[in-house]
Every structure is written in structure tokens, then in C-alpha cells.
Design a binder for this molecule. Structure first.
Ligand SMILES: [Zn+2]
Length: 391
């Protein structure tokens, strides 16, 4: 297919077109359809493929294959017939906003810091751009502001094929050494770059550029961003989240961070108080229990395993029981049961665990002095089995 038939280059805003089906074969990913001309952009240069309709068939993907542009369709089309193509324009325009936004950001980074874009990846939920140098948080904020100023300037974007001589004199960004016709996309004062993607006609159409995050990546940085409609949807989602949080914390948006900090501090203080009370509770239980060398079983609810373990081990270690067993209600896969901790200084708890797990539909592990796990059996059966074993 020559350039003239690549409508997405001739007229990037073409949403519908007619074309003749030149081939249609069944492949692994559906019917592979080629046309005498197309407005469907095949995935490439970091830009995602177009989707839409060809007649009644849905185009699920568009790719370069063996020098042709192949439309992957969910139904066959008859070779030689004329079909009407309709692009999923919302998707394509999302891609154009994202791709042009990426050029603005990459051009500015190159101008300001001299770093190169060494990776560009477009996904449905974000655009990822990698640069081969470090950018600080403050520089990132400034970059975002300048990128949006370039959007508001609403300058026309141009696409040219300079002659070999012109190209030699031209300074432009490019990932690789190029030969033949080089397609140069220019954002005045911001970026000149060799690119095969589709772009907006004026920078204003990018709408907005929003950075989501920046992280260190391979000696440089990775920036995640959104442009245009998707940036707006992301902002709307975050506004809604903020609104919900404000309601939860009875705070105004500007007071939200302080309110969450206060809540976290209070929660931590409660944890400390709770640990003190728990210790007091178990100390009291321990003191109230007479010394002995029999089996002690207790059923408790609402304590952490670590607290249960400590108390159980103390009963066995300090002369209150030969075997101490603590249980609390547990649930797994919708089945109710009991989680257990069992301690002893004289009986081999590993052996006991094996036998009890078998009898009480249990699982768990541990060492000869302390085992823990869960039994999926009624309380009476557990009590009976332990009494039988340690009587
Ligand atoms: Zn590009």
C-alpha cells in the first residue's frame, strides 16, 4: 500500500471512508482483511492500533503484516466489494491527544535538559515515557506547567517530508538513523521529531497534559501521564474520591490531609491502648488460674494470634498446664472452624498436631513445644478429641 492510500496520513481527521476489499483470509486472530485504502492506523511508533467497523464486521486490531496493512475482523468480507469503514473515533482521538501530548513533553524535556525519550508506551489507562536523565520533582511540576502552556498556545502542528538536503540541516529528535522519506512532525517552539503517528492539527486539541507519577528507571526517569479526554476522566475520578474521603473524614478538601494524619495518629494511640488492655486481660486470666499439670482449653474471640500464642505458651511454661490449648473462631472458604494454638513443655505437640489435624479436619504447623493452625470441626468434637488425647 503506498502513501496515497494511507488515509490516516492524508487526512488524519477522516472518520469514515469507502474502500475495496483486496483480500480476506481467516487467521488465528480473526479474518485478516486488506483494502485498497484505509483510515485505520496500524499499531506502530508507540501509538496503538485503530478499531471500528468495516461494513458489519468489527475491526478488533490493525497491524502491518508482510508490507500490508491488515485489519483483523470478526467476520469475513467479500474480496472485490466496496465496504464502508467507520473508525472508533473516540479511541483514535484519545490516541492523537496522547501522542501529540507525548511529543510536547519529550520536546520540552529535550530542550530544557537535553535528555532523550528512550521509551514511549501507550496503554488504555496511561501513557508512559522514559527519559535518559534525572528530573527533580520541582522540575517535573515546572515541566507540566510549560507543557500545558504549549497546549494553550494552540499553535498549528505541521507534518512535512523534507528533502535529503533540508533534512541534513534540520535538527530533529529521532530514535534511529533514518533513510528515504522522513516524516517530520513539528510543534512550533517545542518539538521537531521524526514520527509515523497521527497528530492533532493544533496543540489546543490536546486539551490538557497531566502527570500521574514519576519514578527512577534505568538511570533516568519514567513519567506516567494522561492527555485530553482521559486526563479529564482521571481528574473527575480523583475529585470523586476526594469528595468521598471528605465525607468520611468530615473535612473540606484543603483540610483532608491534616484530617487523615490526625486519624492515623489517633488510631495508633488506640492500638497502643488496646495492647496495654489486652496484656492486662491475659495477665489477669493467668493470675486467676491455679497451678496444675493437666489439660487447659480456652475459647476466646477477638484477639490477635500473637497475643493468643504468648498467653498459651506462658500457661505451659510457667506451671499452669501440661498442655495449653487456645481457640478462636475462624473461617476459610466459607467454612466455619476454629484457629488453634497448642503448647506444651513435656508432650510432643508436633505428633499431637498430626493426629488431631487428621481427626478434626485441620491443618497447621509448628515445633514440638508450640503448634498452630485451624480445625474445621464443632467445638464439642475438639474438646472431646483433646480430652481423649491428653487425659
Ligand atoms: Zn511520535
Amino acid at each position: 500500500m503506498d502513501d496515497m492510500n494511507e488515509l490516516f496520513y492524508q487526512q488524519p481527521y477522516v472518520k469514515e471512508f469507502d474502500a475495496v476489499v483486496t483480500d480476506c483470509v481467516q487467521g488465528k486472530k480473526g479474518w485478516e482483511v486488506t483494502l485498497d485504502r484505509t483510515a485505520f492506523y496500524p499499531e506502530g511508533g508507540g501509538q496503538l492500533a485503530d478499531g471500528g467497523k468495516l461494513g458489519d464486521a468489527t475491526v478488533t486490531d490493525t497491524r502491518h503484516k508482510d508490507g500490508r496493512i491488515v485489519h483483523f475482523c470478526d467476520a469475513p468480507l467479500e474480496t472485490g466489494t466496496t465496504v464502508h469503514g467507520t473508525l472508533d473515533w473516540q479511541k483514535r482521538f484519545d490516541h492523537m491527544q496522547a501522542h501529540s501530548g507525548e511529543h510536547i513533553v519529550s520536546g520540552l524535556v529535550h530542550k530544557k535538559f537535553g535528555y532523550d525519550n528512550v521509551g514511549f508506551h501507550m496503554a488504555a489507562d496511561k501513557v508512559t515515557v522514559d527519559f535518559d536523565g534525572i528530573i527533580t520533582d520541582e522540575q517535573l511540576r515546572e515541566l507540566e506547567r510549560e507543557a500545558n502552556e504549549a497546549v494553550w498556545a494552540n499553535t498549528p502542528v505541521s507534518v512535512d517530508f523534507p528533502s535529503a538536503d533540508e533534512l541534513k540541516k534540520l535538527e530533529y529528535r529521532s530514535k534511529k538513523e533514518l533513510s528515504g522519506d522522513v516524516r517530520i512532525v513539528t510543534f512550533p517552539d517545542v518539538d521537531v521529531c521524526a514520527c509515523c503517528g497521527t497528530h492533532v492539527m493544533r496543540t489546543g486539541e490536546v486539551g490538557q497534559i497531566r502527570f500521574l507519577s514519576m519514578s527512577h528507571y534505568k538511570g533516568g526517569v519514567r513519567i506516567e501521564m494522561l492527555c485530553g479526554r482521559l486526563a479529564m476522566l482521571d481528574a473527575a475520578k480523583k475529585t470523586e474520591q476526594t469528595r468521598e474521603l471528605c465525607q468520611m473524614f468530615s473535612a473540606k478538601p484543603d483540610e483532608l490531609v491534616e484530617a487523615v494524619k490526625k486519624y492515623a495518629a489517633e488510631s495508633e494511640a488506640k492500638d497502643v491502648r488496646m495492647a496495654e488492655l489486652t496484656k492486662k486481660y491475659f495477665d489477669g486470666k493467668f493470675a486467676a488460674r491455679p497451678d496444675g499439670d493437666g489439660l487447659v482449653m480456652e475459647f476466646e474471640d477477638g484477639f490477635k494470634t500473637s497475643e493468643m500464642r504468648k498467653y498459651c505458651d506462658r500457661l505451659a511454661a510457667e506451671g499452669k498446664a501440661r498442655v495449653a490449648a487456645l481457640f478462636s473462631p475462624a473461617e476459610a472458604n466459607g467454612k466455619a472452624g476454629w484457629s488453634y494454638v497448642m503448647c506444651s513443655r513435656s508432650a510432643d505437640m508436633r505428633e499431637a498436631r498430626k493426629a488431631l489435624n487428621k481427626k478434626l479436619n485441620g491443618r497447621g504447623g509448628g515445633d514440638p513445644t508450640l503448634v498452630q493452625g485451624s480445625f474445621f470441626a464443632p467445638r464439642e468434637e475438639i474438646e472431646a478429641a483433646l480430652t481423649e488425647m491428653f487425659k
